[in-house]
Ligand binder design. Sequence first.
Ligand SMILES: Cc1ncc(COP(=O)(O)O)c(C=O)c1O
Length: 438
Amino acid sequence: MSDKSTKTTEILEKQRAHLWPNHLLYYTEPMPLERGDGLYVWDVEGKQYLDFFAGILTTSVGHNNPKVNKRVHEQVDKLLHTSTLYPSENHVTLGEKLAEITPGDLNTFYFGTSGTDADETAVMIAKIYTGYQEIIALRHGYSGKSPMGMALTGQAPWRIGGTQIAGIKHALTPYCYRCPLKMTYPSCGVACAEDVEDVIRTSTSGKIAAFLAEPIQGVGGFITPPAEYFAIVQEIVHRYGGLMIIDEVQTGFGRTGEHWFGIEHAGIAPDVMTMAKGIANGLPLSATATTPEIAQSTASAGLTISTFGGNPVSTAAALGVLEALHEDAPPARSADVGAHLRAGLERLSEKYPLIGDVRGRGLMQGVELVLDRETKEPAPKQVAAIFEATRSLGLLIGKGGLYGNTLRIAPPLTATKEHVDEAIEKLDVAFARVQETV
Ligand SMILES: Cc1ncc(COP(=O)(O)O)c(C=O)c1O
């Protein structure tokens, strides 16, 4: 056994001994990663991988991005921590810079440390502002690992401990490939959007604090609603007294192409928006954005602190991310490289019957695998086989979906068309191997 494989073995032994077993690990033989550069990462054995999952859509501008790292290094040498009790320049500058790219009037922020934290904060402000308590979320959605995050989540496997919270109801999700109403878009007239009104009228007190949803359901398997869906829902939500909370944790920062935020494809501005993951290229940071009017409602509501919220190092990284996005990877570029990725995946779909659906926007593309295109029987075992094959070929991808049968492909936004070609080539080889076994 080489030194390196001893290191892998050692790390995995310590993982088993000291980390809880509910840490989900990818691959039958999980590989500890040691370093990264741009689109590539290396494991402790020295094997190189092309990273098309970006640490769950988080390394938005590539590993070890020099613009991010320079600011992080400078800040580390000055001051690591203040807490939200003291104003800090990075904290307020980040608010100012984010306000330049957020839709509508969403130019005030509360910074936290995770997507879960941001969604919790969004629900808190919706309750304060409206005076109502009930929340509508979507089936197949994902909102995080706190008790409320899990209760908002519309997938049983992620609601560990059976967590439920009164006052949270789930409406049908606009999952066109498996339409819950057995209808077909566009002749359906986006009928699923009306279910939000039905749920409010039948399962709540009739007034809600908020509706919370992702523009594209990430953990749900990149379920991509028709463009009209959110405008219909927003009208309903406002009519019943609620705020529209849009979770941009996965879809933010140009990931979906053309626009800075995924909801902008729907042509609406939400009342509250949450961001995390790609905001700081991997450092823990999140933001909840809202309008000055809604933010003002917190002024006399009580006390809030966040020990790590707006941390100077994380906010320095976020300022570097914005600089890198503006200069090197703006939304128009994600749209262009994303279209190239989509075309490559469509070509694979013509070749391999295992592929039932290709969906998504920009550099956020999902590939749903089925055993039979007619019955649409999910193919989770084949997803597992594609995973092992791509790993051996040196390509990292993600997976998701309630049925465990969707590949999630989402590289750093700095990916080039050449990187996409390399990924498609490896996927082609992997699919050829796995299709044979079906
Ligand atoms: C859409 C969405 N919201 C919230 C979260 C929770 O984020 P975190 O894991 O940073 O708490 C996630 C995490 O995957 C997510 O995808």
